[in-house]
Design a protein around this ligand. Structure first.
Ligand code: SF4
Length: 358
């Protein structure tokens, strides 16, 4: 995905008559009521004035809620505001998030006429059982139909999935990721399920009918999912919930695998596996020296050097490293050239074998 400066406009529960058991959109978006149009304009202008690099395209993003589930006139009023800034050449495009069952040709005609460039569908799972248990109110088929329609309109498609939903397990999450890869969206977001206050999931948790995934399992599962999307060259634009004032472990999250550095943990775990594989392959004993790009070093070393310490302990090695102007995927391990992508493809085949058997 090309880099964009995003102007986020949060559309809260407004537009969504549903109550998926895990969602309390009002809490996540920090709003309770409808959006004030003047306020939207002020927000857009404030952001435009912040962006210093005028070469980077600017996109207005209507997030949260289900944008295309709004009353049509209201939806068009919001789109008109965005279009005003596009016509003035102050903004380049619009993106929005919605539900798969709120997409049809009539809606897409409207969106296209207002320069909507990207649609993110919150699909959460491609298991019928999981969709039903979480009271999503749409079926699997609807996801395929809406995704294909968006692609037919040549609008960028993003798909959001959740892991560890009520009724989910490793197998259903892996199959959801594989099925998403088959749809071939332009990008994905992956959110481990958290129990948010004032949701049905919270009640299920207190009545011991739902046990959230612990953080270690969530990291392991998201590692497999990351590998699947990396294998298919599908951009993961977010892994783990965005940290904000309202979503913090103490305030609104009752339980669940929440950590502000969740994604870094996943990436570090992938690198641990990569090093383990090449330590064995190259029969490395005693000393290990690796070279990598500046971009990757913190993921390789891990939080508080956890990866390096794990490797030292497990393989009894002296470890040193140096940083170079390498491409992201390239590493040198004891003078052997290593391409991370090859390891990802190898790991992907292992995941396929493992989860095909289950
Ligand atoms: S469709 Fe989206 S916004 Fe509406 S209740 Fe479900 S998760 Fe929340």
């Amino acid at each position: 995905m090309n880099k964009c400066n995003i102007i986020p406009i949060f559309v809260p529960h407004l537009g969504c008559p549903h109550d998926c058991i895990f969602c309390n959109q009002r809490k996540i978006t920090s709003f309770n009521d409808s959006l004030d149009k003047e306020q939207i304009c002020l927000t857009i202008e404030k952001y435009i004035s912040y962006f210093k690099n005028k070469e980077i395209p600017i996109e207005i993003a209507f997030y949260g809620g289900s944008f295309t589930g709004l009353n049509e006139n209201l939806m068009i009023e919001y789109l008109k505001i965005a279009k005003k800034y596009i016509d003035q050449k102050l903004v380049d495009s619009v993106r929005l998030s919605t539900r798969p069952d709120y997409i049809d040709e009539h809606i897409l005609d409207i969106l296209l006429s207002y320069k909507v460039k990207t649609i993110e569908l919150g699909i959460q799972s491609l298991s019928s059982k999981v969709l039903d248990l979480n009271e999503r109110g749409h079926d699997v088929d609807c996801v395929y139909k809406s995704s294909n329609l968006i692609k037919k309109y040549k609008i960028n498609l993003g798909l959001q999935m959740m892991t560890g939903l009520f009724g989910d397990d490793f197998n259903s999450c892996i199959h959801t990721a594989l099925d998403i890869a088959y749809i071939n969206p332009d990008f994905v977001r992956v959110y481990p399920t958290l129990i948010i206050k004032d949701t049905k999931l919270e009640q299920l948790y207190y009545s011991k009918k739902y046990i959230p995934m612990d953080i270690k399992d969530a990291i392991r599962l998201c590692k497999y999912i990351d590998i699947i999307f990396e294998h298919y060259n599908i951009d993961i634009i977010r892994l783990g919930l965005q940290s904000s004032d309202n979503i913090s472990k103490d305030k609104d999250v009752v339980a669940g695998p929440y950590h502000p550095s969740f994604r870094e943990f996943v990436q570090s775990d992938i690198y641990f596996d990569l090093f383990e594989y090449y330590i064995k392959k190259f029969k490395i004993k005693k000393y290990l020296h690796f070279e990598c790009s500046n971009e990757e070093i913190s993921k390789i070393v891990g939080n508080k050097k956890s990866n390096i310490n794990r490797m030292k302990e497990k393989f009894n090695l002296d470890i040193s490293f140096s940083i170079h102007n390498f491409e992201k995927n390239i590493l040198i391990i004891n003078e052997n050239l290593v391409n991370r992508k090859e390891f990802i493809d190898y790991s992907f085949m292992k995941i396929l074998r493992r989860f095909d058997e289950t």
